[in-house]
Write a protein of this length. Structure first.
Lengths: 225, 180
């Protein structure tokens, strides 16, 4: 379990460092990536506090439930600044608005029951995955002059789609895998998933700093419409 | 960026924050407050006792210094039962496996005194104790079949008891030279 805790501290430190790096470079990165930096910093600090509350008071379920709407709005702010295509933005808004009501309702229900808002988190994961797919479609409709690996948005969307679509299973299966061994295995999977998630998001900020099309002339996106 | 949505959603999130604060700090419901603020007290069911205390409990039950004169109420035929043996492979593992198959966390075993009329012997029947709802702390419950479900693999009868089947050095239980 010590290894598990150390791994947690490492991945949360990566998130905090990524957030601080992004905020320190706010003059050179675009708005969506500034929000991405805020999200990373918020995630890291919020999860550090969650571990502290859990170890000190034995229960952090209300706190964890409370985080869901704040993550949701931060991720919305990241996504809503990813593209200037009106149709993409409309589709993204629609998905987030539809998901918002059940998320708020289930969060209140879970806080009232002193449980982790598994339902709200699961719905949010579906929303993030659909939104990421909408923006991937946006990328596919926008011919690029350069490799997608130099496109910071590509990394961020990959991280969002990879993590939130895969971790949906983790949250929805919480009630089925009740033995201690299965819980540890599942949590280990979650920790590794989060580690990859934060590393790729951190990578997106580095790529944005290096290849931000608004800062360099060499990378221009040609819009078809 | 849809500003009305952001403002409405953040307002909702802030209201939830206030509700969460109320729920954890201001609520009069003491059970909820203690659930958040203090870890639940540990439940201790088993603790070691000294050999002399163990011998006193043992001999007070049998009211004798030897197996032959025992007045123990649990009997097999005309002999007092000295011990029941719980086998890891034959009893604990199958019940653990059953709990695992049902997706329940195995917590322990419940020994239920019973009587077999066929051979006039007392026995113990064993049922696994599992966590009823792992999402809200530990709730111990007997792992019993649901109404209408076939009764298989849930309850074990363990009829082999000493003196009919004794493990090695069982006689040592009657030793009187215990050192405190």
């Amino acid at each position: 379990m010590k290894f598990f805790l150390i791994l947690n501290y490492i991945l949360l430190s990566i998130a905090v460092l990524g957030g601080l790096f992004g905020l320190s470079q706010h003059k050179y990165i675009r708005k969506s990536f500034i929000w991405l930096a805020v999200f990373l910093l918020f995630s890291g600090l919020a999860q550090f506090l969650a571990i502290y509350l859990g170890t000190k008071y034995g229960n952090n379920k209300i706190y964890l439930s409370l985080l869901t709407p704040f993550y949701y709005i931060l991720i919305y702010l990241i996504f809503s600044n990813f593209s200037k295509n009106r149709l993409t933005i409309k589709a993204n808004n629609l998905v987030f608005i539809i998901g918002s009501l059940p998320i708020l309702i289930y969060t209140v229900i879970s806080i009232n029951k002193v449980e982790v808002a598994i339902e709200a988190i699961s719905i949010a994961n579906v929303v993030y995955s659909i939104a990421a797919m909408i923006y991937f479609l946006d990328i596919l409709n926008t011919p690029l002059k350069f490799s997608p690996f130099k496109l910071p948005k590509f990394y961020a969307l990959t991280a969002f789609l990879f993590y939130h679509s895969a971790i949906f299973f983790f949250w929805t299966s919480q009630k089925f895998f009740q033995t201690e061994m299965n819980k540890v295995s599942l949590n280990m999977v979650n920790v590794f998933m989060v580690l990859i998630y934060y590393c790729v998001l951190f990578g997106a900020l580095i790529v944005e700093r290096k290849y931000n099309p608004e800062q360099t002339d060499s990378h221009k996106i040609i819009k078809t419409k | 960026m849809n500003r009305p949505f952001i403002i409405t959603f953040i307002s909702g999130a802030v209201l939830i924050l206030i509700f969460a604060l109320y729920k954890t700090v201001m609520a009069d419901d003491n059970s909820l407050r203690s659930d958040f603020l203090t870890p639940p007290p540990p439940s201790v069911f088993a603790q070691p006792i000294s050999d002399t205390v163990a011998y006193k409990l043992f001999s007070d039950y049998h009211q004798s210094n030897n197996e032959k004169d025992s007045k123990g109420v649990l009997r097999t035929g005309d002999k007092a039962i000295v011990q029941f043996y719980v086998d890891q492979e034959q009893l604990i593992e199958p019940l653990k496996a059953k709990a695992l198959a049902l997706g329940k966390e195995f917590l322990g075993l419940s020994a239920i005194p019973a009587y077999n009329l066929a051979d006039s012997s007392h026995t113990l029947i064993w049922v696994a104790v599992v966590d009823a709802d792992s999402t809200a702390g530990v709730k111990r419950e007997l792992m019993l079949p649901k109404s209408g479900e076939r009764w298989s693999d849930y309850i074990y009868d363990y009829t082999l008891a000493c003196p009919e089947m004794c493990v090695e050095n069982s006689n040592w239980l009657w030793n009187t030279n215990w050192v405190e």
